[in-house]
Design a protein around this ligand. Structure first.
Ligand SMILES: Nc1nc2c(c(=O)[nH]1)N[C@H]1C(S)=C(S)[C@@H](COP(=O)(O)O)O[C@H]1N2
Ligand SMILES: [Mo]
Length: 422
């Protein structure tokens, strides 16, 4: 997930927004903090901060996502004729929704390529009708420290396709997988409890058969023609190049990721990362810092930073998460007015979930997305420092709590060095 250059118009709009936001916050809130002070009183430093914030783009362009993929080759690298033949083009894509042959699941109207009743792309758009499902969700791998990309995804609830297959009984789980070059060794499988697919936890989005990203057809690199998107989960549940959905009475997961010692039932965690740190500054100059927070199931209460002097000095072993450090609050930025990501004029389309008719979010930050944060360091004496950042979730848990184990999602506290020169 990289920053991409923004047009001057976009920068201008973002600047305006940010200026208003900081004026609303007022300098008073920042004056309460200890050394070194953070102040946003409309001086040179805050101009610098605004410029740094203007570089942030909310949505990630398709080509700027990081890929996590298996397949030799991945389907989108095959020649077009081959892609057409294997159903990896919209014209030829077909989805199976069938009963697991190895279980007693009852499905009365299987959608099946074998029987000529599979769901094709036209049928998928018909299911979407005039009200496709659209929501914001960050793609993040439980084994990678920073999110892969922030997207506006569009599709059809998976349950709509499942109900079309008339499932009747003995179904406890949904197994699913994508194209794998007809080689079982290349198969990438994932699964969900049927309950999660048929009903969404309060305040959560449906699992979707996704065919658009940021308003454009889903590219082959991103998993098109159709991938699954599981909003609350890490990336391995969001299978790309989807072709097969299997309804089963098997009670347990069969995920490929289970073999990698991964916690396959993990909800997304809340955590934060740096985006901008100049690394070096002259004494007396204000230092702008920006970053992103991944908003997991616990929501996002605060982003905090700790300016650590004497970074080489040992920290008490009984406080591995630095809870006793003098953390101070950074500013969580409001929802952008220009969403970037290649959307025309940076505008969201209508009917994005949890946005009102005027295109404003009903709450912010939103779960399973990112929020940007920023702060300005001032008055630091010459020397070497490590800056740390952490999140506090809505329940008051400081990162990496309440779930510090790495195989359920990376969320270590990030540090970033800076030298203040005399
Ligand atoms: N078919 C298939 N789907 C897949 C994968 C894969 O290797 N093959 N990788 C998964 C993993 S582990 C992650 S983290 C996400 C990454 O999505 P992205 O490449 O769009 O960023 O895709 C998931 N879907
Ligand atoms: Mo992943």
């Amino acid at each position: 997930m990289q920053k991409s250059p923004l047009s001057p118009e976009i920068c201008q709009q973002h600047l305006e927004l940010t200026r208003r936001h900081f004026i609303r916050l007022g300098a008073a809130g920042f004056a309460l903090m200890g050394y070194p002070s953070l102040s946003l009183s409309g001086d040179q430093g805050s101009d610098l901060l605004e410029k740094t914030i203007a570089d942030l783009e909310y949505l990630t362009h398709d080509k700027d996502f990081e890929n996590v993929e298996r397949g030799i080759p991945p389907p989108y690298q095959l020649p077009p004729e081959k892609r057409l033949a294997i159903g990896m083009e919209r014209e030829s894509w077909q989805l199976d929704v069938i009963a697991d042959k190895e279980s007693d699941a009852q499905v009365n109207n299987p959608l099946s390529r074998e029987n000529g009743t599979a769901l094709d792309f036209k049928g998928l758009l018909k299911l979407a009708g005039k009200r496709p499902t659209r929501y914001l969700k960050v793609m993040t791998c439980n084994n990678i420290g920073t999110p892969l990309g922030m997207g506006l995804w569009e599709g059809v609830p998976l349950r709509d396709a499942i109900w079309a297959a008339k499932p009747a009984s003995n179904i406890r789980r949904v197994f699913y997988y994508g194209h794998h070059n007809e080689d079982p060794k290349q198969m990438f499988r994932s699964s969900l409890p049927i309950g999660r697919v048929l009903e969404d936890p309060p305040g959560d989005h449906p699992v979707i058969l996704c065919y658009k990203l940021n308003g454009e057809w889903l590219s082959g690199e991103r998993g098109g023609p159709v991938r699954l998107i599981v909003p609350d989960a890490y990336g391995f549940k969001s299978v790309k190049w989807l072709k097969s959905v299997i309804l089963t009475n098997a009670p347990a997961a069969n995920d490929t990721y289970a073999d990698g010692n991964n916690d396959i039932d993990s909800w997304m965690k809340t955590m934060c990362r740096f985006i901008h740190n100049p690394g070096k500054a002259k004494v007396g100059a204000a230092i702008p810092l920006t970053g992103l927070a991944q908003v997991g199931v616990g929501g996002l209460g605060k982003v905090q930073i700790w300016i650590r002097q004497n970074p080489d000095k040992e920290w008490p072993k009984d406080d591995p998460y630095f809870t006793k450090a003098p953390w101070q609050d950074a500013t969580i930025l409001p929802a952008p007015e220009n969403w970037g990501g290649g959307l025309p004029e940076g505008k969201l389309p209508p009917h994005v979930r949890f946005f009102n008719a005027e295109g404003k979010p009903q709450h912010w930050p939103m779960r399973y997305t990112i929020a940007h944060w920023a702060t300005l360091l001032k008055g630091m004496a010459p020397g070497k420092y490590n800056i740390y950042c952490r999140t506090i979730d809505k329940k008051g848990n400081a990162q990496p709590m309440p779930r510090p184990f790495r195989k359920s999602g990376r969320n270590t506290i990030e540090k970033s060095p800076i030298t203040v020169e005399a």
